[in-house]
Design a binder for this molecule. Structure first.
Ligand code: F1P
Length: 348
């Protein structure tokens, strides 16, 4: 297990988060003026995992700053700009672990042609084309990883977007203090939940994995779904909680594990769906701040004390580890996922 670099990267996230926050502090003065402009909208963009990161960041950004924000796949900006780019000046935040993905590079070109503005680029590689092409780089060099499937790079770059978001707050210090607590929470979180995750990953009856997340947690559910696909080649889907009733629940049977990423404020409504699916034969796993009043079959408790808008990175490591253990259980090598490369470069 320990010889797999994917495992080391998953378990090294606490350290990566510390490095990324320290790096953010050092870089922020270079982009603060750009960030402070009176943007009418912020668009986050990326591909694959970093598209799901964009969804995750946008939902938090709009909730926290009240400025309109969207997460859009880079290929949509590149090839269908009129369907997604507004007319007025918009801040683009391009997110790319490699900084070399063709679609995201092309989306940046379209944005610069249309608005004559540089995007903020969040990436792990300082010498990448995206970073070298902008005046507003925001690097997470401590989050580079060997694995193809993004783990600590994803959560660290999410942390970087939350760092920028908090800087927009009037009472910044309250939220900034919470952000800097996340690395210390990581180790206790993994210690508390790893046995449940390992046990479930060995359960052979589970052949379908459904990740449910709503509001600020939908993008995280999508990313957890992708990890399960990339690492373990399992049937894995992601839906908004209440959307699952409108057809997809037809898939539920006793081979189905439903993983619900619960929101504090709406968890009673979300638990209803988990309980209904239990009645149809599914097994349920809830991830929540507190296990209190939760009647799922299994629970991963965060117990963080961190505001919901900032605790997003804490939902991921357990689900990344779940996908990792499931891959090992199936005799696969999560360090080298089938069919995939670390990033996608398209020919002419
Ligand atoms: C984007 C990406 C990853 C995906 C796979 C291929 O890379 O699509 O999200 O998991 O590794 O590349 P990047 O633009 O974030 O480097």
């Amino acid at each position: 297990m320990n010889n797999k670099f994917t495992y080391q990267e998953i378990m090294g996230q606490g350290e990566s988060w510390s490095k990324s926050l320290a790096e953010a502090e050092k870089q922020f003065n270079k982009i603060i003026a750009h960030l402070e402009k009176p943007w009418s909208e912020v668009i986050f963009t990326g591909c694959g995992s970093t598209h799901y990161l964009s969804l995750t960041a946008a939902a938090r950004w709009q909730t926290f700053t009240r400025i309109r924000a969207r997460g859009i796949p880079a290929s949509e900006i590149w090839l269908y700009p009129d369907t997604v780019l507004p007319l007025e000046d918009t801040l683009l935040v391009a997110i790319s672990r490699s900084g070399s993905t063709t679609e995201t590079i092309n989306a940046i070109h379209v944005y610069k042609e249309r608005f004559n503005i540089d995007p903020i680029v969040i990436s792990c590689y300082p010498d990448s084309e995206m970073i070298l092409s902008t005046n507003y780089p925001f690097l997470a060099t401590g989050a580079t990883e060997k694995s193809v499937a993004q783990t600590k790079s994803f959560s660290s770059m999410l942390l970087m977007t939350q760092y920028l978001m908090v800087k927009k707050a009037s009472d910044e210090s309250k939220f900034a203090n919470q952000l800097f607590q996340l690395p210390n929470i990581f180790n206790k979180l993994m210690e508390r939940n790893k046995d449940t995750i390992k046990y479930l990953s060995k359960e052979q009856k589970f052949q379908k994995f459904i990740f449910l997340g709503s509001g600020i947690n939908y993008g995280l559910a999508c990313e957890a779904m992708l990890k399960m696909k990339e690492m373990s080649l399992s049937i894995s889907e992601a839906f908004h909680f209440l959307e699952f009733r409108h057809g997809p629940m037809s898939m539920v049977a006793d081979d189905t594990l439903i993983i619900g990423l619960l929101n504090d404020a709406t968890q009673q409504e979300e638990l209803k769906i988990l309980n209904e699916m239990k009645a149809l034969g599914a097994t349920t796993l809830a991830i929540a701040e507190s296990a209190k009043d939760i009647n799922a079959d299994y629970i991963l408790e965060l117990n963080s004390g961190i505001d919901p808008i900032l605790r997003g990175p804490l939902y991921l490591p357990s689900l990344q580890l779940f996908a990792f253990y499931r891959a090992i259980e199936k005799g696969l090598n999560p360090d080298h996922p089938k069919n995939l490369s670390a990033f996608v470069v398209l020919g002419d």
